[in-house]
Design a protein around this ligand. Structure first.
Ligand code: ATR
Length: 281
């Protein structure tokens, strides 16, 4: 029941009405009987400063931040955590003692989902795409003892920019190039992560690879696309004998990290996953 004492958390973005975060977090709060409610706030582009002021004014304890505010909101935040600073974007805010703290749980969410099925040490990883999610994940993996990292992207310059930043900030070498390198690199790869929107509803027949015959059984294939939960890439990877991880896991695990930042408690990830699957099926 919502009372005068209920803690308010939520998500700000534009668009925001299709966000699955309210469903996933409210299911978790109900399950653990925590006095929190999670709502979606439609905050238009250019209104990040006002959103931070509103967070303080209304005593909103936590916020997720999504498109288009993840980078632009940085300059209005009081304290930014080291990982978010490295990545250059936030997806989670916490109000504590009148100050707004910024975090980024996208990378750690992805790493947790991978660690559920494998030990990352020494693994060769290929990341497709060079947008915000790719950046967060590549930075996190670069700090996770993996063997090698390759970012391949439609626009190679965008991949190179991430690789240069990682070299400068972490001193770690990352290969960056165009998608044409996939064929030569995938044979030695252990993990393939798709961070592009290719395959997302309604274009469910698309896949981020030119052909599926390069997929092999020693791969773990992770897709960030979660609608549909079984993308064409994942179906074909499964057929090739590879292990697959659905985009739902990333959604749940980045949310679980935010949940922990706000409540100090471990999130009930299987309850969150069930709530999402029930909604999108
Ligand atoms: P996010 O920030 O959420 O990760 P994004 O900024 O839209 O998402 O980034 C998506 C990535 O997927 C980009 O690297 C984009 O390639 P470009 O850098 O060339 O723009 C890539 N991408 C988007 N649509 C694509 C497509 N149809 N084929 C291949 N790559 C695509």
């Amino acid at each position: 029941m919502i009372t005068g004492k209920t803690n308010v958390v939520g998500v700000i973005g534009d668009p925001v009405e299709h966000s699955l975060s309210p469903i996933m977090h409210n299911a978790a709060f109900n399950h653990l009987k925590l006095d929190y409610v999670y709502v979606a706030f439609h905050v238009k582009k250019g209104m990040a400063k006002e959103a931070i002021e509103a967070m303080k004014t209304f005593n909103i304890k936590g916020l997720n931040v999504t498109i288009p505010h993840k980078v632009r909101i940085l300059k209005y935040i009081d304290e930014i955590d080291e990982t978010a600073k490295l990545i250059g974007a936030v997806n989670t805010l916490k109000l504590e003692k009148g100050k707004v703290w910024g975090f980024n749980t996208d990378g750690i969410g992805c790493v947790r989902a991978l660690e559920e099925v494998t030990n990352l040490k020494g693994k060769n990883v290929i990341i497709l795409g060079a947008g915000g999610a790719s950046r967060a994940i590549t930075f996190q993996l670069a700090s996770s003892n993996v063997g090698s990292l390759h970012i391949l992207n439609r626009t190679p310059e965008n991949a190179k920019k991430i690789a240069e930043d990682i070299k400068e900030k972490l001193g770690i070498k990352v290969f960056a190039g165009g998608l044409e390198h996939l064929k030569e690199k995938i044979g030695d790869a252990d993990i393939l992560i798709n961070t592009t929107p290719v395959g997302m509803y309604p274009n469910i027949d698309a896949r981020p690879l030119a052909t599926a015959d390069i997929l092999h059984e020693n791969l773990i294939v992770k897709d960030l696309v979660y609608n549909p939960p079984q993308t064409r890439l994942l179906k074909e990877a499964e057929k090739a004998g590879a292990k697959t991880i659905s985009g739902i896991k990333m959604l749940v695990y980045q949310g679980a990290e935010s949940f922990k930042i706000w409540t100090g408690k471990e999130a009930p990830t299987s309850i969150m996953e069930k709530a999402i699957l029930k909604t999108i099926r």
